[in-house]
Design a protein around this ligand. Structure first.
Ligand code: SF4
Length: 222
């Protein structure tokens, strides 16, 4: 990966921080809670993800109880989060996987593990993709990982960090060599914010964007 792209990422990161500040990951996030929350976030918005999670925790307050609850009842509890049949299966499979391999439903120790080992181990579970586990690593384990969803993929492509037709999976691999080291969390959060406020999927507000000078998409529409 070229030095030019790494230098550009440093400049983009600074401009994003100027616009949106320097977000810091929470220090006391429970790793297993974050994993289940992230499983619920697939193909839905944050509001419905949070409603589904809150309802699950209200009906079944511990992960041990969730694990022993019939999948259909979990499905009912998380219905508002969408894809409830699949997600209830993923949650049950994840809890079974943890219990069978490490004896108790606790993942705080993942903070001390090599992030690549965590990624390789947990992506074996159905429903846990590379993006999901890297959200957990970044948000709950303070690992310098840069998860890529469709929105981040879009903006990375527009800025010219990755090819226009790159998939989120490919972008994740390419961006691992590009994002400023130690800045993955704030870079990730600020790009998400930028996508919501300015670099929207349809009709990006390029006239208001402070990244114009670095943007391939903008150069091509001028
Ligand atoms: S100039 Fe336009 S396309 Fe480029 S990052 Fe800004 S809003 Fe997105």
């Amino acid at each position: 990966m070229s030095k030019r792209l790494r230098d550009k990422a440093v400049k983009v990161d600074l401009l994003l921080e100027k616009a949106y500040g320097v977000p810091k990951a929470g220090k006391n996030i429970n790793v297993l809670d974050e994993l289940i929350l992230t499983l619920l976030s697939h193909n839905t918005n944050d509001v419905n993800r949070d409603k589904g999670y809150a309802e699950l925790r209200k009906r079944y307050p511990t992960w041990n109880i969730v694990r022993k609850t019939p999948r259909e009842d979990i499905e009912e509890a998380i219905r508002v989060a969408g894809l409830a049949k699949a997600k209830s299966g993923y949650i049950k499979d994840t809890l079974d996987f943890i219990k069978e391999n490490w004896g108790k439903l606790d993942l705080q120790w993942l903070r001390d593990r090599d992030p690549q080992w965590v990624e390789d181990t947990f992506t074996k579970v159905k429903g846990i993709g590379v993006k999901t586990i890297n959200v957990v690593l970044s948000f709950a384990c303070n690992a310098d990982r840069f998860p890529v969803d469709t929105h981040i993929n879009r903006i990375c492509a527009r800025l010219g960090f990755v090819p226009e037709n790159s998939s989120p999976e490919k972008t994740y691999k390419l961006m691992a060599a590009v994002f400023p080291k130690g800045k993955a969390y704030s870079f990730h959060i600020n790009i998400i914010t930028h996508g919501r406020q300015t670099c929207k999927a349809r009709n990006p507000l390029c006239g208001e964007c402070n990244l114009r000078r670095h943007c391939v998409y903008f150069k091509n529409i001028k």
